[in-house]
Design a protein around this ligand. Structure first.
Ligand code: PGA
Length: 228
């Protein structure tokens, strides 16, 4: 399995600067490097269609993913983006339960379990974020047959956006803990990953979720190239 590299752009960038970011990335990133990885860009919903079609046009081995999905199906849920809304946009993964969603939008482990179900009903692979305090609670709320179709992202709160990336040994032990509960699912790590530390993480887990180091396309290109 190729290593999964997700570029989470969060709520950054205007439409124009998003366009520049993806155009430059597609122009500069090396095809043979991309062929050995599973790179997905995770932009805002407002730039998703634009990025998806630019990637398609460029015929690069990159996909688009989303930062969140509604816990409800299609229907009268004003402001929510449902799985049905995402159909036809070639969305590969959905990040669910990111700690920023828990903190600022008061998402619970039950909400996240519903989001997993919505993803799977719409052929989107969920990337379930966990930290050690609620690892068991979160994973146990997901149906066993659904869990097998998920990716788990270990995202220690202290490491996100702080420059204090987690110890590789710690990541290795959390990966083992996840696999005891969730079975042999892919586990990725996120939290201050950059071009200098990514290769160490890829030795103990299946990929990385990158925030700050993805905002500049040139820096993100170097992160990708450091994976090989
Ligand atoms: P960071 O963000 O790379 O800026 O720490 C990671 C994340 O939020 O997933």
């Amino acid at each position: 399995m190729n290593k999964i590299i997700l570029a989470n752009l969060k709520s950054n960038k205007s439409f124009e600067s998003s366009k520049e970011w993806i155009e430059n990335l597609l122009q500069n990133v090396d095809d043979s490097t991309l062929s050995k990885l599973d790179v997905s860009v995770v932009p805002s919903f407002t730039t998703l269609e634009m990025m998806s079609s630019k990637i398609l046009q460029a015929q690069k081995n990159i996909s688009v993913s989303v930062q969140d999905i509604s816990s409800f199906p299609a229907g009268s849920y004003t402001g929510a983006i449902s799985g049905q809304n995402l159909m036809g946009l070639n969305v590969k993964y959905a990040i669910v339960g990111h700690s920023e969603r828990r903190k600022y939008f008061k998402e619970t482990s039950n909400d996240v379990a519903s989001k997993v179900a919505q993803c799977l009903e719409n052929d989107i692979k969920p990337v379930v974020c966990i930290d050690t305090e609620y690892l068991e609670e979160q994973l146990n709320l997901i149906e066993k047959q659904d869990m097998e179709k998920c990716i788990v992202a270990y995202e220690p709160l202290s490491a996100i956006g702080s420059g204090k990336n987690a110890d590789v040994g710690n990541v290795k032990s959390v990966v083992e803990r996840v696999k005891i509960i969730a079975g042999d699912v892919p586990v990725i790590y996120g939290g201050s990953v950059n071009e200098f530390n990514i290769s160490e993480y890829l030795m103990v887990c299946d990929g990385a979720l990158i925030g700050r180091a993805a905002l500049d396309q040139e820096q993100f290109r170097r992160v990708i190239e450091s994976c090989i």
